[in-house]
Write a protein that binds this ligand. Structure first.
Ligand code: NAG
Ligand code: NAG
Length: 327
């Protein structure tokens, strides 16, 4: 009996023990970082403004920063790494370009280019079989998509759903689209903010919208739920209408009891019940599946990511800021 009680208490303590702090690392550049991809606990890739990308192969102790040759003026808002040598990055604005390296970032090859007026690639996601999708802002009212099934060597593009006037996507953290078992989950913002499950549109009435600076910025998806964060980046401390939980089966929305403490541009699962989200006004963690959020720092970050094969969580943001979550 005593033993059972002790084990129960231990388990409860473990469940309640959520990460409370971050450690700032020296990144060695002033680039604004919005792309972050962590392969395993040692291998971290990041991408940002002025053509910069970074790679660490020692768990973040040291980062090597370089500019992608020929693209020094481009802003790489998302990166996806497959190991210490192979990664794909996308740049916003025209022409739309996708670049890939297979030698740890020493050389990059342009694998896709589109000069159509209005091109603006926002975010990218891959499953673990090399299938990938990129979403871009609407052109003549229709969202742009590029897809690959060979880890980003060959891309095919097409236009998708029609959206409202002034409804688009934020290229804030590369995390507003997710590829789940062949289905595309993504969120829009601006004049209108919606969640799309493939082509089905679901209004996000609980998220602030109506202005260019408002709406959903990021989603985290597990087998049953979609956690959505966003807000108004022009007023980044407003701590309501910035997060909602959506149950895919019951189609039920749940507004958190304690919302994240401001506009948030990225949210991820740490495990089944623990989540972290970040934005320009700080970082919050939740230990109860996103119902209650606790502010752990007011230091701003654009993006957070967890190791695909591992447990490490990193954050990155403006001014080359990179931090590690203490777990
Ligand atoms: C930001 O939000 C706060 C709280 O809602 C409000 O008092 C303030 O006027 C807003 N500022 C701007 C610039 O919209
Ligand atoms: C999925 O996410 C919800 C909401 O955060 C959480 O309550 C649930 O436990 C998670 N389910 C699984 C299977 O991880």
């Amino acid at each position: 009996m005593k033993k059972v009680l002790a084990v129960t208490i231990l388990l409860m303590m473990k469940m309640m023990c959520i990460a409370q702090s971050i450690t700032l690392l020296d990144s060695g550049t002033k680039a604004s970082i919005r792309g972050l991809s962590i392969v395993d606990d040692n291998t971290i890739w990041a991408s940002g403004s002025n053509g910069y990308f970074a790679r660490s192969i020692d768990g973040g102790k040291t980062f090597t920063w370089k500019q992608i040759a020929g693209y020094e003026k481009r802003e790489f808002r998302d990166i996806e790494a497959f190991d210490a040598n192979i990664a794909v990055a996308i740049a916003i604005d025209i022409p739309a370009i996708i670049v890939k390296t297979t030698d740890g970032g020493n050389t990059w090859k342009e694998v896709f280019k589109d000069t159509t007026t209005g091109m603006f690639l926002d975010a990218m996601d891959f499953d673990d079989k090399g299938n990938g999708v990129i979403v871009g802002d609407p052109i003549k009212g229709q969202l742009f998509f590029a897809e690959t099934n060979d880890y980003g060597n060959i891309w095919t593009s097409h236009f998708g759903v029609r959206v409202s006037d002034g409804e688009a996507l934020f290229a804030a953290s590369g995390s507003n689209i997710k590829l789940i078992d062949g289905s595309k989950y993504y969120v829009t913002g601006g004049t209108k903010s919606r969640l799309f499950l493939n082509n089905d549109a679901i209004d996000l009435n609980e998220i602030v919208q109506g202005k260019e600076t408002t709406g959903a910025n990021s989603i985290a998806v597990n087998k049953t739920n979609v956690i959505i964060v966003g807000g108004d980046f022009s007023n980044d401390t407003i701590a309501h209408n910035n997060c909602v939980l959506y149950d895919v089966k019951s189609k039920h929305f749940t507004v958190p009891e304690t919302s994240p403490h401001g506009y948030r541009s990225c949210v991820i699962f740490i495990n089944d019940q623990q989540l972290i989200c970040c934005g320009t006004s700080g970082v919050d963690v939740s230990g109860d599946g996103g119902l209650n959020w606790k502010l752990i720092t007011k230091t701003g970050f654009h993006v957070c990511a967890k190791a695909k094969k591992g447990s490490t969580v990193f954050l990155a943001g403006g001014n080359g800021r990179i931090a590690k979550l203490n777990q």
